[in-house]
Design a protein around this ligand. Structure first.
Ligand code: CP
Length: 312
């Protein structure tokens, strides 16, 4: 493999070049199709260990990393909040030094991106952001691979983001900017994405030929879209503000009425878990346009490809 990520952290989409992301997708597709056989995959990481430092719950991300390490011939060690609890039971820098002397790579889901950066600086082994308050770059790798599988070339594909301008949206903005996607984000007032991320995404889009625009009208964002993407209104840890959020987001549901604005062959993405009846209806999530479960499966394929390039 020409590309190696052995010396890299993946804390942000911006940590990988366009060529490196293309290589992740190439390896992911080859492993998924069997072009790289299961036997070959098992030779990638024998005797290697990945620590899963997770301070928040996870299905897809944790499962993807654990299954991937098993398929690559190595081990994953899950460390939940009861074991570490960064910043409470143990300082993040101390945990980083211990992990770096013990395992070959770290995938971390932490509340604070600042803590994630300390982990990256002091870990001494590749650190993967498995979601922080700022970004969810592993999700973004699976998102664009899924769009490419369904729509072909990413250049010029029309994507509507409908919902909160948070971590998943941030990583999507950045990767969309890198790959020439036309992304329209519709968020309620005060839930728009961070300005520095938007400006960086727009700068990247200027180079790639894409466009990044913000607004607060879901129907305008969805108009003639190839892809409509949403996420929950209330993430873990936001339960206290749930009543306010349900009010603020009530016009941001992805339902059949909204999908009527998109192209007839548009797909629907959702990073999951979904709160059915809030940000998305049963009809859409269970309907023929839904690609959210392809997207969830691609979490495994892209994370395994990322690990393959880190251990090669
Ligand atoms: N989309 C996502 O990150 O799922 P999990 O929280 O279940 O890992």
């Amino acid at each position: 493999m020409a590309v190696s990520l052995a010396e890299k952290n993946f804390l942000s989409v911006l940590d990988l070049t366009r060529d490196e992301i293309e290589e992740v997708w190439r390896v992911a597709a080859a492993q998924k199709s069997g072009e790289i056989s299961a036997d070959e995959q098992r030779q990638v990481a024998p005797g290697r260990s990945l620590a899963l430092l997770f301070d928040k719950a996870s299905l897809r991300t944790r499962l993807g990393f654990e299954v991937a390490m098993n398929q690559l011939g190595g081990d994953a060690v899950y460390l939940g909040p009861m074991e570490v609890n960064v910043g409470q039971r143990e300082a993040v820098g101390d945990a980083a030094r211990v992990l770096g002397r013990t395992v070959d790579a770290i995938a971390a889901r932490l509340f604070s991106h600042d803590d994630m950066q300390v982990l990256g600086e002091l870990g001494g082994v590749p650190v993967i952001n498995a979601m922080s308050n700022l970004e969810h770059p592993c999700q973004a790798l699976a998102d664009l691979l899924t769009i490419r599988e369904h729509k072909g070339d990413l250049t010029g594909v029309e994507v509507a983001w409908v919902g909160d301008g948070h971590n998943v949206c941030h990583s999507l903005l950045l990767i969309a900017g890198m790959f020439g996607v036309n992304l329209r984000a519709a968020t309620p007032a005060t839930y728009d994405p961070q300005t520095d991320i938007v400006e960086k995404a727009q700068e990247l889009a200027g180079e790639s030929g894409g466009t990044i625009t913000l607004g607060s009208d879901p129907a305008a964002a969805a108009k003639d879209a190839d892809v409509v993407y949403t996420d929950v209104w209330i993430s873990a840890g936001q339960e206290e503000g749930a009543i306010r959020r349900r009010t603020d987001f009530r016009d941001f549901q992805v339902n059949e009425e909204l999908m009527a604005h998109a192209k007839s062959d548009a797909i629907v993405l959702h990073c999951l878990p979904a709160h059915r009846g809030e940000e998305i209806t049963d009809e859409v999530l269970d309907g023929p346009q839904c690609a959210a479960f392809d997207q969830a499966e691609n979490r495994l394929h892209t994370q395994r490809a990322l690990l393959t390039l880190m251990f090669s």
